[in-house]
Write a protein that binds this ligand. Structure first.
Ligand code: ATP
Ligand code: MG
Length: 388
C-alpha cells in the first residue's frame, strides 16, 4: 500500500494576489525540509499539494513530523493511493483503515470526484464504500451527523486517495514570503520563542549572537547553536553571526556610570545588529523582550533602546507572561536547552541598581564617553559565521 500526504491550501491564501508566490514558496520550503527525511516528490494540482515518497521504505511518521512544522499549512492528512477502480478502492479502504475502524463505533463516507470520467457519481462511491466497510467490520454503524470518523475518498486525475482524519498544521505564512529580519538571540527562554513566532509570520531569519569571551564560554555559544537548530525545524536554515563583544563591554565597565551599564550595552547591541541586518537585506530586528520582565525591559528602558537604531524592532513577546512563553518553548522543544545554566553577556558586569527610568539624554551623555565608532566597526568586521 502506498501512502502519501495531502496538503490542503487554506482558503484565505487562495484568494489574494499573492497566491502564486505563497504556493511556490510553500512547495520550495516543503522540498527543502523533506530532503532531510528522504526522497519525496512534492507537486501541486487542483489546490492540493501531494507529497509522494519515491521509495517504498520512506519513513512516513518522520515525514508527518517534518510537514507539521512547515508554516503556511492549516491542515494536512495521510492518505492511501488506490487505482481508480471501485473494487480496488473498497478493498484498499478496508485494509488501510482496518486499525482505525476496529477502534471506533460510527463512521460516514464522503466522496469527491474531480475526475468526471469516473463511472460512479460521488453518492454512488459513498454507498459502495460504506456498504463494503459495514460488511467487513460488522460492529460499525453509519452516523452521517456525528460520526467517530469520516472516511474520505477522492477520485482525482491520476489515482484515488483514501483518508480518515486530518492532522493540524503549523499555521502561519510560508517562511520567505514576508521578507527577512535579524533576530537577537541569547541562550535564554525568550528569544528562541520570539524567533519561532516571527518565522510563523513568513519572515526568513538571520540570527545575531553577542559573545564576550572569556566572560562567556564557548559552551554558551554552542547552546545558542543548539537552540537555533530547534528553531530551524520551523524557520528553515539560517545564518548565525557571532559578534565579539568583549572590548565594548569592558569599555562600558571602565568609562560609564554603573547604573547605565545594561541600557548602554543594549543600545550597542541594537546599533551593531542594525548594521549586520542591513548587510544581510534584513528590514527589521527581532528581540525576545517582554514588558516589565527585567529592569532593561521597562517602557522607559525600551524607549532608550529603540532610540539607538532606525529600524523597526519586532518584539512578539511584549505582552506575554513568562508562563505563556514557556508553554511555546516546550512546544518547540527549546525549553530544556534554554534552562541549561550558561552565562550570557547580559549577565556580565550587571549593575546592582540598574536605572528603571533612564533619561535618554543622560544615557547618551554616558555613552559618548566611549569612542565607540571604531569599536563597532571592529566588531562588525570580525563576525563569525555559523550556518544553521
Ligand atoms: P532571553 O530569554 O531571550 O535571553 P531575557 O528575558 O533573558 O531574554 P534579556 O537578557 O534582557 O532578557 O535580553 C532581552 C533580549 O535581548 C533577548 O530576548 C534577546 O533578543 C536579546 N539578547 C540578550 N542577550 C543577547 C545576546 N547575548 N546576543 C544577542 N541578543 C541578546
Ligand atoms: Mg537573556
Amino acid at each position: 500500500m502506498k501512502e502519501i500526504l495531502l496538503v490542503k491550501l487554506g482558503e484565505i491564501v487562495l484568494k489574494g494576489l499573492n497566491r502564486k508566490n505563497f504556493e511556490d514558496t510553500l512547495i520550495k520550503n516543503l522540498k527543502r525540509r523533506l530532503a532531510n527525511v528522504g526522497k519525496f516528490q512534492v507537486r501541486s494540482a487542483q489546490s492540493t499539494i501531494t507529497i509522494t515518497p519515491v521509495y517504498d521504505d520512506a519513513d512516513m511518521d518522520e515525514a508527518v513530523d517534518c510537514v507539521s512544522k512547515v508554516f503556511g499549512i492549516a491542515t494536512f492528512s495521510r492518505a492511501c493511493v488506490a487505482e481508480k477502480d471501485i473494487e480496488t478502492i473498497k478493498q484498499t479502504a478496508a485494509e488501510y483503515l482496518a486499525d482505525t475502524l476496529e477502534g471506533i463505533d460510527t463512521f460516514k463516507v464522503e466522496a469527491k470526484r474531480s475526475d468526471k470520467k469516473f463511472p460512479l457519481t460521488s453518492p454512488q462511491i459513498c454507498t459502495e464504500v460504506g456498504g463494503y466497510l459495514l460488511e467487513k467490520f460488522p460492529h460499525l454503524s453509519v452516523d452521517v451527523h456525528n460520526p467517530d470518523i469520516t472516511v474520505t475518498v477522492e477520485v482525482r486525475d491520476f489515482a484515488a486517495y483514501i483518508r480518515a482524519g486530518v492532522i493540524k498544521g503549523a499555521g502561519g505564512i510560508p517562511v520567505g514570503t514576508g521578507g527577512k529580519a535579524a533576530v537577537l538571540i541569547s541562550g535564554g527562554i525568550d528569544s528562541p520563542v520570539a524567533s519561532y513566532m516571527m518565522a510563523k509570520r513568513g519572515l526568513e531569519l538571520t540570527a545575531i549572537h553577542f559573545a564576550s569571551p572569556p566572560y562567556t564560554s564557548e559552551r554558551a555559544e554552542e547552546k545558542v547553536v543548539e537552540l537555533l537548530k530547534k528553531v530551524s525545524a520551523y524557520s528553515g536554515r539560517m545564518n548565525m553571526y557571532t559578534v565579539p563583544f568583549t572590548k565594548i563591554q569592558e569599555q562600558i565597565r571602565d568609562k560609564c556610570h554603573e547604573e547605565y551599564f545594561t541600557i548602554i550595552m543594549r543600545r550597542f547591541m541594537m546599533k551593531i545588529s542594525e548594521r549586520i541586518a542591513k548587510q544581510n537585506d534584513c528590514l527589521a530586528l527581532i528581540t525576545g523582550e517582554s514588558l516589565g520582565q527585567v529592569a532593561s525591559q521597562t517602557i522607559g528602558a525600551i524607549a532608550c533602546t529603540d532610540n539607538a537604531c532606525n529600524m523597526p524592532v519586532f518584539r512578539p513577546l511584549i505582552g506575554m507572561d513568562k508562563e505563556e512563553i514557556i508553554e511555546i518553548s516546550r512546544k518547540i522543544d527549546t525549553f530544556d536547552i534554554s534552562i541549561q545554566p550558561y552565562e550570557d553577556c547580559c549577565t556580565v558586569f550587571t549593575p546592582k541598581h540598574p536605572r528603571t527610568r533612564p533619561v535618554l539624554e543622560d544615557v547618551i551623555a554616558e555613552e559618548n564617553k566611549i569612542d565607540y565608532e571604531p569599536l563597532i566597526e571592529e566588531a562588525v568586521n570580525n563576525l563569525k559565521l555559523t550556518v544553521i
